[in-house]
Design a protein around this ligand. Structure first.
Ligand code: DI6
Ligand code: FE
Length: 406
């Protein structure tokens, strides 16, 4: 332990998330240098002469990796409270969507907003996410649905990451819904995505991955395949909104393309889960959307366990089906609604969420050499984190080894 630390966290209850059981190591210390984890050990072994620029005595508080929200639609304008009322009066999400509401109503407002208006609205949501422990967030486009508007949203997402102490990964989701100017011409819109939007997003370096919504109110498996082929040709990894409302065999399609993740998956079958396991595709659970749509078919957690498909948990933060910015609440819902264990829920917002973003070599666990993104909680166990409904036991948050004000 000769290197001096920039920061030394003493006396933590450490959950590294490097192991599947999320075991807690009490009386541990973590030394940080140059934004990375430099040393992990037991307090009893801590050299009294160790030198650190800054120190923090955690007094036994729980230390976890910083939380990773691996599926959000954070950049949009307006809200959909009116549709919430319509659904309370008995209209279904699909019916509202088919009548021109749903995603399309957010597209109208997002197109009308300037980049700086979008930035201001989205920044509020980002701050809330961060205040609940998020240090890495994936942000999708998908409410622009034209070349200029999709790029506008991706630029806002990138700028959010540049102006705030949080790591942002962007995903192009041009295949989210059919824009009105392409009514009845879905294949033409897919051609627009494949020939213009995707190449421009790749050329400008604005997209880290490509996603599509493969469902009855989204795009067909054949159209999704065209988007995936174009992404592959440009060297971009893919993800998929799959099997949310019906089984389109999207999970198997995603696996065929070595997708980072397939997300939602309420209606996935065993062949889909097995294909994901073979491809190393992460299953992203989105209990907020399940709850908000009052869905009744939970994703087959037992099947994912049986096939050893890594499970992540995310907010799906969006105005229509999951208007939330509370990732610890999603951990609670993953347990109460989907019967995941608290350890699975914690791995779902740390190590497995990192994998869903292709960041498994650097993020998602507390191990020497990893990014020093950390959360200190007023809690003793992972179960306490997952047990809270909507509170915020976060005490301190570190990004790149630097403490950030809450
Ligand atoms: N599935 C979802 O849950 C969100 N997008 C998607 O493909 C919903 C987006 C919205 O309703 O605005
Ligand atoms: Fe989504």
């Amino acid at each position: 332990m000769t290197t001096p630390f920039d920061l030394l966290l003493r006396n933590v209850r450490l959950v590294s998330c490097a192991e599947d059981d999320c075991a807690v190591a009490s009386a541990a210390f973590v030394g940080i240098a140059q934004g990375r984890i430099a040393h992990i050990g037991r307090m009893a072994e801590l050299d009294a002469g160790v030198h650190a620029q800054a120190e923090c005595d955690a007094q036994g508080a729980l230390l976890t990796p910083g939380l990773i929200d691996c599926h959000t639609h954070l950049v949009y304008a307006g809200d959909r409270a009116r549709e919430f009322e319509m659904r309370l009066q008995g209209q279904s999400y699909e019916a509202i969507s088919r009548a021109g509401g749903g995603i399309r109503s957010t597209v109208r407002e997002t197109r009308a907003a300037t980049a700086s208006e979008l930035f201001v609205q989205s920044e509020k949501r980002l701050r809330r996410l961060m205040n609940h422990g998020v240090t890495t967030v994936e942000i999708k486009s998908g409410y622009g649905l034209s070349l200029d508007d999709e790029l506008k949203c991706l630029r806002v997402a990138r700028e959010l990451g540049q102006r705030h102490p949080v790591t942002v990964r962007t995903t192009l989701l041009a295949a989210h819904a059919l824009p009105p100017e392409f009514d009845g011409r879905a294949d033409d819109y897919v051609a627009e995505i494949v020939e213009r939007i995707l190449p421009e997003a790749a050329r400008s370096g604005l997209a880290d991955a490509v996603d599509a919504f493969c469902d009855t109110i989204g795009f067909t498996p054949a159209q999704t395949r065209r988007v995936f082929e174009a992404a592959r040709a440009l060297g971009l990894p893919v993800k998929l909104h799959a099997e949310q409302l019906s089984n389109q065999h999207g999970a198997a399609l995603a696996a065929e393309f070595g997708a980072l993740s397939a997300d939602h998956l309420e209606h996935v079958d065993e062949a889909g889960a097995a294909a994901m396991a073979r491809a190393g595709t992460v299953a992203v659970m989105l209990p907020g959307a399940y709850y908000f749509l009052r869905d009744t078919q939970p994703p087959p957690i037992a099947l994912f366990r049986q096939h050893r498909v890594p499970m992540a948990v995310a907010t799906d933060s969006n105005p229509g089906t999951s208007p939330t910015t509370h990732l610890p609440l999603m951990m609670n819902m993953a347990c109460t609604l989907f019967r995941m264990t608290p350890a699975e829920a914690l791995l779902g917002v740390t190590r497995h969420a990192a994998r869903a973003l292709g960041l498994q070599a650097t993020h998602g666990s507390i191990e020497v050499g990893r990014q020093a993104d950390l959360c200190l909680w007023d809690a003793d166990t992972p179960a306490e984190l997952a047990c809270t409904i909507g509170g915020s036991p976060l005490r301190r948050r570190f990004h790149d080894g630097i403490e950030q004000p809450l």
